[in-house]
Unconditional design. Structure first.
Length: 217
């Protein structure tokens, strides 16, 4: 019973931390806008990158990863490996569907990275390398994220097969991948119809047009 209460506490902490949207905060800070009313309407790193430029995007990525990393670490302190996984998973869920923001959040890639760093930093580095390579080759951030949906459980087997509670880590990798795939369902449809937008890095500036207008104003 005590362990169940610890898991419930871990889940609540993770979900509440996930509700802290760094994308929305960076958009308010750098552009005085609601990022969900611009671009793809998403509050994640990629839409911040397209709309506001590199600096707000990098800060969004770091912040959203950090909140899940903290949730995972707190979960581990409270309930061991089960708490680590549950805290991180709930932080991703809170990021994607934040109660305090009308359930309009991001797609969970940045907080998933934070959770995976807590699980195994080397595994996280491999996923980042895959993401960068696929984006560089295809120009699609969504394709890179979907490739990692497949890669994450495979790399979990490679890196964690000898670890205690391995079945639990594998189960959560499958659940996290399924959640990420569901969050990208609209992207999948656009890819099939050839309507997904590529990232044009030459057009992305350190200081976005919105910020430039603010400075002129």
């Amino acid at each position: 019973m005590v362990f169940v209460l610890k898991l419930i506490c871990t889940a609540l902490i993770g979900y509440l931390l996930g509700n802290v949207s760094c994308g929305i905060m960076m958009a308010r800070l750098f552009g005085h806008i609601d990022i969900r009313e611009h671009g793809s309407g998403n509050a994640g790193t990629t839409n911040v990158l397209r709309t506001l430029g590199w600096l707000p995007s990098i800060l969004t990525l770091i912040g959203d990863a950090l909140k899940a990393l903290i949730a995972s670490w707190l979960g581990w302190l409270i309930a061991g490996d089960a708490g680590l996984l549950l805290g991180g998973f709930c932080a991703v869920a809170g990021h994607n569907w934040p109660f305090f923001l009308g359930f309009r959040g991001g797609k969970g890639i940045a907080p998933s990275l934070g959770m995976i760093i807590a699980i195994n930093p080397l595994l996280a580095v491999c996923l980042v390398i895959i993401e960068v390579v696929v984006v560089a080759v295809t120009g699609y951030m969504s394709v890179a994220s979907l490739v990692n949906v497949i890669a994450y459980p495979i790399l979990t087997v490679i890196f964690l097969h000898g670890r205690e509670n391995f079945p639990l880590f594998l189960l959560f990798s499958l659940m996290a991948s399924a959640m990420a795939a569901y969050a990208h369902r609209a992207n999948i449809q656009r890819l099939f119809h050839g309507e997904e937008n590529k990232l044009d890095f030459q057009k992305i500036k350190f200081l976005s047009k919105i910020q430039q207008r603010r400075k002129k104003g």
